[in-house]
Design a protein around this ligand. Structure first.
Ligand code: NAD
Ligand code: UGA
Length: 465
């Protein structure tokens, strides 16, 4: 079987519906690693697809352009021809967005599955042969059941096997995470057809992922594991953030505490950096989803437990703004405050659920003048703050952003902020000059010696008065 494409025989045709942060990089890596497969990435958004066809990719991700260029036009194709891609593929990954529902039953908590269901119906309509449908989006446990019900309630003689293959990549490190994953999880029905479909997906990843890192499970465990992994990661951040508040009251240092705690091999050192709060498109959405699922099974105590992880995150954001206002003599009206960083983390242009959005809004409501700077995320920042017309400036150059400012607040841990000429920045600012380090990335003693009043997270402030 298979047809010839240049020097390779095409042995599998893969489609991916949804060319976003997950679909694009995931498929680019599969195509690069597997020249024997033809990979079609499709999306309803023409703008996104056009961008994938150029070197100005729609998302910023270190190393991604090289991966795309290695396969694009060879066995990796981006298009809006969704129907054609469905028809010609044996395996269809679905990586559309699954945001929190904003209306009706479960509003504010449950996952909004309308995009998913639309895709399922499109797959059903266009398919003339049996296919494996792979859930790449993060979905509530038991979604595969619904999908199977929709897909297999057809008069056609085609069968759909639904596989759960959740994605664990983090933004900013997507390429590395895909090339060297901690694990790949593939869940299927435990039937002969389910096992066969599972093996097909295992075979794709086995082209570059060591066998002992490819985990298989039943489909429900795979769906649930994805929500739980994000919930556990977020819970660690909320745990250390709660301790940062206590450290500020007790002269302890949250970094020293995190180090001491994290050196216990049972606890581990990662994801223990106190911050102004976690952001990103998924932690909040997936925890809300978990809470909703617990509630719908009558597990109120489990729901409240996970809800508290989000409450702690909100507390941390609110606390950060309150500290700014209180320490700047209880008024920031008319004061220029420079926000260094708007992306929800370093090395991405993504600002979804970024704590910077909340902080900027609160400062503007207090009638401060907010200058936003970020090396990659200014376009998104402009969209996020589109409702605010006054007292707001977007500046490429951090030195310009800080000029004449009363305060600088570090919001994103961009490496470049560590190597800025802080003496120069201090000179250009109003005095007393304040520095609020929402990521604990700067050398606080050095800044204090330059004249700044420094407010680290989870450590008593270093101030000159
Ligand atoms: P995204 O919004 O960047 O991309 C989703 C894409 O799907 C969009 O381009 C949209 O136009 C397209 N789409 C929506 N409906 C469509 C339809 N009917 N037909 C064709 N295209 C359609 O989202 P994302 O960040 O890539 O996330 C996708 C899923 O992966 C979500 O469930 C998310 O929870 C999960 N996830 C995301 C990350 C991450 O780092 N962003 C990591 C792991 C898992
Ligand atoms: C997260 C998970 O790490 C991925 O495994 C998962 O696939 C993904 O969500 C998803 O499902 O979307 P991501 O949101 O891209 O990835 O980035 P993270 O590195 O997890 O950071 C999330 C937020 O937590 C960021 O705002 C980051 O600054 C913050 N964070 C992280 C901290 O405040 N402290 C830490 O110690 C670590």
């Amino acid at each position: 079987m298979g047809s010839s494409r240049g020097e390779f025989m095409i042995s599998k045709r893969i489609a991916c519906i949804g060319a976003g942060y997950v679909g694009g990089p995931t498929m680019a890596v599969i195509a690069m690693k597997c020249p024997q497969y033809k990979v079609n990435v499709v999306d309803v958004s023409e703008a996104r697809i056009k961008a994938w066809q150029t070197d100005n990719l729609p998302i910023f991700e270190p190393g991604l352009l090289d991966v795309v260029r290695a396969a694009r036009g060879r066995n990796l194709f981006f298009s809006t021809e969704i129907s054609a891609a469905i028809r010609e593929s044996e395996v269809i990954f679905v990586s559309v967005n699954t945001p929190t529902k904003t209306f009706g039953e479960g509003a504010g908590k449950a996952a909004d599955l309308q995009y998913w269901e639309k895709v399922a119906r499109e797959i059903l309509r266009e398919s003339g042969s049996s296919k494996i449908v792979v859930e790449k989006s993060t979905l509530p446990v038991k979604t595969a059941q619904t999908m199977e019900n929709i897909l297999n309630a057809n008069g056609k003689k085609v069968h759909f096997e639904v596989i759960s293959n959740p994605e664990f990549l983090a933004e900013g490190t997507a390429v590395k995470d895909l090339l060297e994953p901690d694990r790949v999880l593939i869940g299927s029905r435990e039937t002969p057809q389910g096992f066969a479909a599972r093996q097909e997906i295992v075979d794709i990843y086995a082209n570059w992922v060591p066998k002992d890192r490819i985990l298989t499970s039943n489909v429900w465990s795979a769906e649930l594991s994805k929500l739980v992994a994000n919930a556990f990661l977020a819970q660690r951040i909320s745990s250390i953030n709660s301790i940062s508040a206590l450290c500020e009251k007790t002269d302890a240092s949250v970094q020293e505490v995190a180090r001491a705690v994290g050196m216990d091999s049972r606890i581990g050192s990662r994801f223990l950096n106190a911050s102004v709060g976690f952001g990103g498109s998924c932690f909040k959405k997936d925890i809300l989803n978990l809470v909703y699922i617990c509630e719908s099974y009558g597990l109120q105590e489990a729901a409240r437990y996970w809800e508290s992880v989000l409450a702690m995150n909100e507390f941390q954001e609110t606390r950060f703004v309150r500290t700014i206002i209180r320490e700047m003599f209880n008024t920031i009206v008319g004061k220029r405050i420079a926000l260094f960083g708007f992306a929800f983390k370093a090395d991405t242009s993504d600002t979804r659920e970024s704590p910077s959005i909340y902080v900027a809004r609160k400062l503007l409501e207090e009638r401060a003048f907010v200058a936003v700077t970020d090396p990659k995320a200014l376009d998104n920042a402009r969209i996020d703050l589109a409702g605010y017309k006054e007292n707001l400036d977007f500046v490429e150059d951090p030195y310009e952003a800080a000029k004449g400012a009363h305060a600088v607040a570090i919001m994103t841990e961009w490496a470049m902020y560590r190597s800025l000429d802080w003496e120069n920045i201090y000179r250009s600012m109003e005095k007393p000059a304040f520095l609020f380090d929402g990521r604990n990335v700067l050398n606080h003693e050095q800044l204090y010696n330059l004249g700044f009043n420094v407010y680290p997270l989870g450590r008593p402030p270093l101030k000159h008065f």
